[in-house]
Ligand binder design. Sequence first.
Ligand SMILES: [Fe+2]
Length: 288
Amino acid sequence: MTSPEVTAFFDEATNTISYVVRDPEGDACAVIDSVLDFDYASGRTDTRSADAIIAFVRKRDLRVEWLLESHVHADHLSAAPYIQLAVGGKIGIGDHIKIVQDTFGRVFNEGAEFQRDGSQFDLLFSGGDSFQIGQLRGDVLHTPGHTPACLTYVIGDAAFVGDTLFMPDFGTARCDFPGGSSGTLYDSIQKILTLPDETRIFVGHDYKAPGRNTYAWETTVGEQKATNIHVGAGASRDDFVTMRDTRDASLAMPRLIIPSLQVNMRAGQMPAPDDKGDVFLKVPVNKL
Ligand SMILES: [Fe+2]
């Protein structure tokens, strides 16, 4: 089993981990779940996080083949189009994005100019699809539950699970966004846990955990099966659903959910500028 070279970029403002995944036999790479910094108070974007990835890629003369999104994130904006402009690559996401676009197209009362067919992305993956990063093979697992369109990218001996599993001592992702389902997430996680025990798992977020004061993002299928506090040691589907739904009812919305959804459902593009060339995001009142 090929072992890709994985470099993590941690964004402390949103607890997001972006990854550069490189074919060890060549110069091809993929960027997974990049971050465009956004200061909500001022409405200003910043490219510090994305520039760090671009600098890394350029310094090593890597060829970016893919800009992969695990899903439409609700807690940070994607920098995929910005990175694409600088170093290339095709932007990919799950084909269930159409459902997500339909849901949030309604929430934000988007007009017909907002296409709900996923055409803003370069490629829509279905579960079971495979792709190449140079000589490295990637396989796509459809792992819904957190959102309907969530994917896990299995690349060589590494699985990029987005927001399905988190580190074993933190557990799993919330399932209370529109279209989310804790039972569905449980089933998706079981799919991930059928990968070989030694498969490296790279999570999409980390928030530290009780008794752990440093950030972490790499674990294995074996560790998740044995010790994940929500699904490890053979936890049942019913118990998981009760735990997850109870916990989700107590969680606040992510700070950047309103800007994130509007940008990420457009593959990381801002809404079209108005007649003066200015760009605006909406704040739906009492809707989310
Ligand atoms: Fe998410």
